[in-house]
Design a protein around this ligand. Sequence first.
Ligand SMILES: *Cc1c(COP(=O)(O)O)cnc(C)c1O
Length: 379
Amino acid sequence: MIPFNKPYFSGKESRYIEEAVRSGKISGDGMFTQRVHRFFEESLGFRKVLLTTSCTDALEMAALLLNVQPGDEIIMPSFTFVSTANAFVLRGATIVFADSTALNPNMSTADLEQLVTPRTRAIVPVHYAGIACDMDAIQQVATRHGLAVIEDAAHAIDSYHRGRPLGSLGSLATFSFHETKNIISGEGGMLVLNEGRYDARAEVIREKGTTRSAFHRGEVDKYGWVDVGSSFLPSDIIAAYLWAQLEQMDDIQRVRRAIWQRYYHALAPLVAHGIGLPVLPDYATNNGHLFYLMCRSLAERTALLSYLKARQVWAVFHYLPLHRSAYYAAKHDGRALPWAEHYGERLVRLPLFYELTEPDQQRVIEAVLEFYSSPASSD
Ligand SMILES: *Cc1c(COP(=O)(O)O)cnc(C)c1O
């Protein structure tokens, strides 16, 4: 079976983990965490970052930093992972779901302004598949109404919007290093602070609501409880694993982009039959995070997935739109979100991971092309 994903392993992860263990300090903010922070701030140019235990936790920190209160409204796409919404629901917020665009699963900006009310606090764009949202349009609405923009950049490492890295555009941004992402540490995440005004409080919230970070830098002579917070910082063992991956980032990204390009070119003929391929607006780049096809119906997708499985290829669908979820359907304001449902029913992700060999990828491509030339597909 060709798996859908296989976590990348450079080999140096074990060595760095051992180094972390031998250093005698394996709690948070150790040597490897500092290295990772410096890498993102100095090499990749993010203003300030904080490693977290997950992107979910980074989103929860963002909701705390914004002081989101019960009844506040947060605008985000319905076609996203549950954590994007859950972080704000935990603070009592109401989620106002935006539809996806016709072009790709990113949130539509056509009717974005109509979703804004006096209770709106923030817009949370999700750069699906690492392809940038229309950040100019989102920033315009946010500026006009005094809203915060928080980028859910979980898919979006090493991708750009008009030349600027995704994750550097909102007030805050969150990344994931879950094993399904490009750069991984098993579980793991990061909060990006693009405006100075959140720095001090972010450190406190991340350290259980205490001034422990300032204490360790010798800035205060004892540490105490000054705010709400939780334990959002990862062990240095996690950071050691992540550091080994970051050292290989250029190679990982080169290989993933090449796999993506091979899919794109080999499957391009399907477009003439009404099958959709990823669409990159001119302001966006591709980071090889995931490759998807758009089937012409739910029935066709179901048939394609089982056709591939029978040929030892593990392909998968993606999000169930959150406005239709068991938890939120009754809380949703009732607006139809046809494009979110379109992607929920028709999108298929193909295997894409560093170790996917060319012959194996060729098998995936041939199986997809065979499906579309066989009676199993309705075309
Ligand atoms: C993976 C993902 C998350 C959550 O990341 P974790 O690190 O697993 O918490 C959040 N949002 C999106 C869009 C994701 O794909």
